[in-house]
Design a binder for this molecule. Structure first.
Ligand SMILES: CC(=O)N[C@@H](CC(=O)O)C(=O)O
Ligand SMILES: [Zn+2]
Length: 313
């Protein structure tokens, strides 16, 4: 297959940012970024300028997900081109500022790579979130990280869904990478989650350094979980939740869910079963921040993507 033989030449990744506090109550990213703002030795690499940055300082101060609106949905073309002014929601103003520093989104001036650090209350372990199946630089980075952290594992969630995709803070970079580690409650630090996040980032930065030094990365395949569908909690006519995630599904992120498997449990103990047509892999199961987004979990499908060989130009 030609895709296995072609070498894709890519620009070096000289400008890298690490975002923490996009959600102000996700403490691993907030804490790591604050640490690195004080002393950046750990994130320095030869030939790379790495900028640690707190994206939503007001939300961090309140230890809340956001102040007016979710910053990680705010980087839409409409918001970014809206006239600047104090009458805009805080996060929209902030998105414009951040786009000015690390973007502009979609332009040659944009940062090369942005890592955005998140925590989830779901039992997802280490998850890297990508927005494109065609970004060979990011796919190679995923392969490098997976190999480097073995026998620990990290999974790749691909959100390329035309309707479920959202306008993230990291989306202003040429190569956006979300890092989602859990389970960790909102406002809480857990040492195992904190350290897992730190290790992933170390390997990611090592990859960028090697790439910039001219190393060639041969073609490989990367297993990803592609976002398929958002599943809401069962609700009554008033919109109130009438069931919880079923105990058989709770904490079983990334495990196969088959048609007929228990999915929700009503308050009077009835089981609601999955009605899909085939096996899916649920994730973000019972994420605290997603109650407001009408989402109990997302379903995904396992796929193997081919990453072309890459080398710097
Ligand atoms: C729990 C959480 O905040 N998750 C992130 C996922 C992402 O960064 O794509 C979000 O919804 O923005
Ligand atoms: Zn988050």
């Amino acid at each position: 297959m030609s895709s296995f033989n072609t070498i894709v030449s890519l620009e070096e990744a000289r400008r890298v940012a690490i975002f923490g506090g996009t959600h102000g109550n996700e403490m691993s990213g907030v804490t790591l970024v604050n640490l690195w703002v004080k002393n950046g030795a750990e994130i320095q690499r030869k030939g790379v300028e790495t900028k640690p940055f707190i994206t939503n300082p007001k939300a961090v101060e309140k230890c809340a997900r956001y102040v007016d609106t979710d910053l990680n949905r705010a980087f839409t073309p409409e918001n970014l081109s809206a006239p600047q002014g104090d009458n805009q929601p805080y996060e929209v103003q902030r998105a414009q500022e951040i786009n000015g520093i690390f973007g502009p989104k979609g332009s040659p001036d944009a940062y090369d790579v942005i890592f955005d650090l998140h925590n989830t209350t779901s039992n997802m372990g280490c998850t890297l979130i990508l927005e494109s199946s065609k970004d060979h630089f990011n796919l190679q980075m995923m392969n490098y990280i997976k190999k480097a952290i073995a026998p620990s594992s990290c999974l790749v969630l691909l959100n390329e869904h035309p309707l479920l995709k959202y306008s993230t803070s990291r989306s202003i970079a040429k190569h956006p990478v979300g890092l989602e580690v859990g389970p960790q409650p909102q406002g809480v630090l857990r040492s195992n989650i904190f350290e897992a996040m730190r290790v992933i980032l170390k390997h990611a930065l090592d990859f960028i350094e090697l790439f910039n030094e001219g190393m060639e990365f041969p073609s490989c395949t990367v297993e990803v979980f592609r976002v398929l569908e958002r599943i809401d909690y069962p609700r009554d006519a008033n919109g109130n939740i009438i069931a919880m995630v079923h105990p058989n599904l709770q904490d079983c992120d990334w495990e196969p869910l088959n048609p007929g498997d228990p999915m929700f449990q009503t308050f009077d103990g009835k089981t609601i079963r999955f009605q899909g047509s085939g096996t899916v892999y649920p994730t973000f199961i019972n994420e605290a921040a997603y109650y407001e987004k009408q989402q109990a979990f997302v379903t995904t499908r396992r796929e193997s993507l081919v990453a072309s060989s890459i080398r710097k130009v």
